[in-house]
Design a protein around this ligand. Structure first.
Ligand SMILES: *Cc1c(COP(=O)(O)O)cnc(C)c1O
Length: 309
């Protein structure tokens, strides 16, 4: 008999002593960037749970940007299970060659349309498969689904049980990851700060609260920080770039679309003094290495800094 494989989704938690010293708090990192398929991060956890209820003959249909971690993770899990994946993608600018290359390698079908054609194209794709008698499962963009939130509720409970953090900080996008963690910590003293990568407070809080209610915490308070969006989704300026560089210098590999923004909050004097100082902090690393590669983040100053050392 084949022995049991290791439990691949058990949260991997690291202590970062050097960062703890620099930040004045106890700094732990949950390395969801290393979930199987190391380029995709939190979408592995969300989609693994989502697909637990998928039938093997279903075509998995979803949408996102060409560089969507959700879309490439869906393509990966589909390939692993032998399930067809059909993606409706839109372009968000440059740096998309590698993203398409990964989708090609994984054997996903896709079409690239303009943003206003996404809904009608999804409908057409679904109709085309169904009219051939092929069952379709449509998955919301970003895997913003109850299963996604439940996956994070369970992972969050595990981390809270083992480490009892005072604070969890993460990058928050569509909100299911934060919503699950909010549900995991509901009724405990742990606070969960979602640092927005795109949305303003009102829309962001509504989405996180919805996800928290899917995961069983309908009345939970949501801490959603909008101050580090740095130009909006996929955009970034000096504050994010500087946070990304600082993270790498401490052995914490960050990206400018997601995790760099969450880390910019950690580095912010006021945020740190108010919420992190002297506390046990879990930085929930959600992934994003492919976004770093696609970003073409400029190297200005990097070689200069190196030559000073
Ligand atoms: C999708 C994503 C997020 C945001 O997760 P949500 O559940 O959509 O809020 C954060 N980080 C990375 C790297 C992601 O790909």
């Amino acid at each position: 008999m084949v022995p049991e494989t290791t439990e691949p989704l058990e949260p991997l938690v690291e202590r970062h002593d050097r960062l703890s010293g620099a930040l004045g708090c106890e700094f732990l990192v949950v390395r969801d960037d290393l979930l199987p398929f190391p380029l995709a991060g939190n979408k592995v956890r969300k989609l693994t749970r989502e697909l637990e209820t998928a039938a093997g003959d279903e075509v998995l249909v979803s949408n996102g940007g060409i560089n969507s971690n959700h879309c490439r993770t869906l393509a990966m899990l589909g390939a692993r299970a032998g399930q067809r994946v059909h993606l409706v993608l839109h372009s968000e600018g440059g740096g998309e060659e590698v993203g398409l290359q990964v989708l090609d390698l994984l054997g996903a079908s896709y079409e690239v349309v303009s943003a206003d054609r996404i809904g009608p194209t999804l409908d057409r794709v679904e109709h085309a498969y169904r009219s051939k008698g092929v069952p379709v499962r449509r998955i919301s963009g970003g895997c913003h689904t109850p299963a996604g939130a439940l996956a994070y509720r369970d992972a969050g409970r595990r981390v809270v049980e083992l480490y009892r953090p005072d604070v969890i900080v993460l990058a928050s996008g569509t909100g299911a990851t934060q919503g699950g963690l909010v549900a995991a910590t509901h009724g405990s003293p742990t606070r969960v700060f979602g640092v927005s990568v795109a949305r303003g407070r009102e829309r962001g809080i509504a989405a996180v609260a919805e996800a928290a209610s899917w995961a069983g915490a309908a009345d939970a308070l949501v801490d959603f920080v909008e101050d580090f969006r740095d130009g909006g989704y996929g955009q970034f300026g000096d504050a994010t770039t500087s946070a990304v560089r600082t993270g790498w210098r401490f052995g914490l590999p960050l990206d400018p679309t997601y995790t760099g923004k969450a880390f910019a909050a950690v580095l912010d004097d006021e945020f740190r003094r108010e919420h992190l100082a002297g506390r046990r902090v879990v930085f929930w690393h959600t992934g994003g290495l492919m976004n770093l590669i696609a970003s073409g983040i400029d190297r200005t100053g990097v070689s200069g800094a190196e030559s000073e050392c």
